[in-house]
Design a binder for this molecule. Sequence first.
Ligand SMILES: O=C(O)C1=C[C@@H](OP(=O)(O)O)[C@@H](O)[C@H](O)C1
Ligand SMILES: C=C(OP(=O)(O)O)C(=O)O
Length: 443
Amino acid sequence: MSHSAAPQPMIARRSGPLQGEARVPGDKSISHRALILGALSVGETHITGLLEGQDVLDTASAMQAFGAQVERLGIGEWKVNGVGVGGFAEPAGVIDCGNSGTGVRLIMGAMATTPITATFTGDASLSRRPMGRITDPLELFGCEVTAREGKRLPVTIKGTADAVPVRYKTPMASAQVKSAVLLAGLNSPGETVVIEAEPTRDHTERMLAGFGATITTEKTDQGYVITLQGRPELKPQPVAVPRDPSSAAFPVAAALIVPGSEIRVPGVSRNPTRDGLYVTLLEMGADITFENERVEGGEPVADLLVRHGPLKGVTTPEDRAASMIDEFPILSVIACFATGTTVMQGVKELRVKESDRIAAMVAGLRANGASVDETEDTMTVHGTGALAGGGTAVTHLDHRIAMSFLVGGLASEQPIGVDDGRPIATSFPDFLPLMTALGAQIA
Ligand SMILES: O=C(O)C1=C[C@@H](OP(=O)(O)O)[C@@H](O)[C@H](O)C1
Ligand SMILES: C=C(OP(=O)(O)O)C(=O)O
């Protein structure tokens, strides 16, 4: 990552009512995929609303290293001249994916069935995260993998010239695993099939279909069966990236917990595979209305109108976890300001994100006076309608942990600090000016 070397402590203080419009950045998942599919298409893909966070910028650099032409035309406006399925060139140097699990895992899939060799690295956080979940299924296609102990980065993949199609049941709910297998399947003959027990975000499937691949999803008794026909010629499409519901969660949460607030968040994706937080907030009694529901760039979007009001604790069931997997840190903060207990079930995947997010939230919330419990697979918050604050949270290079505690500090009695705000730039580079413009006191 290209941020400064020294940690950047930040602090959030109790703020007056938040008001105004929060134009959150483009969706991170869709932005990565637009660059990767653009690079795998023949011709020019024009992208608007691209998230210009460090995670996505690292994917843009990687696509250039594999031979695509990637050019920034203006704010969020990019063009990619692709090399076609199977057309990746061998990169001259190591591919550094910074802090991004999505970037490294999808790109590994995209190159594994092309006869080139690439080595992938990342920052300290990404280097701790498991890569076997990707390299194990990629080896089934016939590529050769070498990795550090525990199947961690750095990982080197020697892609195969003679890929065989794969049928793979994902052992955990992961859109990154599903997507890596599908992207590898692009340059394999015949059908590549991924089966998942619970649906995970479906942006890869939607975008592949948009770029002309033949791909179907069927619900069967085995689960969701996704079938991709190999070796399509991908045709460039204009991609209008909707605003990211995972980033929207932070100003939305702030408006819900700061008394008197009323904000609007326009153009947010309401893809049902990403909607779990919003379903949960409505169950908690949140005052959110979804206006102007429409389809933009193949994704359902709406304008959110959010007002402060009383909230009550709820239980989020295991089968909802995938649709809100990145939103549990901020939900655990919101749950402190609700009355009653909030139980988050089936959340063990949080332990292998940019940090162990259950451990990081439990430690930081306790340091700020909350009553929180954890098991391997659950997190429980005993909400009192208030949070004392006065503590500093350790963020472990995790953007969502940093933003969650800064939002909590806007409504806690005493300020809440975070040890390092630099990782926020990976997904939400304008977090500070956007929140400040709403009236948030963050510095
Ligand atoms: O495919 C994607 O774009 C993502 C999938 C999720 O990860 P997993 O696949 O590991 O659950 C999510 O946490 C991540 O922020 C983005
Ligand atoms: C888990 C996340 O991202 P990634 O896996 O791409 O690092 C996230 O953005 O919360």
